[in-house]
Design a protein around this ligand. Structure first.
Ligand code: FES
Length: 79
């Protein structure tokens, strides 16, 4: 789905640059090559970035905590 009609940026492109470090829509657009024009899409792009960064954070939190402690989790194997 297109997020930015002025530049032709799609959801997956916005999510990809968010995973690569873009924390704002403006940063994402610059990483993709063109700055925002009319700016109507910025709230939607920012919501995608926030969601992507939140998902990445959630995935990383458990890993950061468990791995250094050598913890292993096995659900349903309490025998
Ligand atoms: S729709 Fe994205 S800058 Fe216009």
């Amino acid at each position: 789905m297109y997020v930015c009609l002025c530049n032709g940026y799609r959801c997956h492109e916005i999510r990809e640059v968010a995973r690569e470090g873009a924390s704002s829509a403006e940063d994402a657009y610059l990483m993709l090559g063109e700055a925002a024009c009319c700016r109507r899409c910025l709230p939607t792009a920012q919501a995608l970035i926030d969601e992507e960064r939140s998902d990445a954070h959630r995935e990383g939190v458990g890993k950061d905590v468990a791995e250094p402690l050598g913890l292993q989790f096995a659900l349903g194997s309490a025998t």
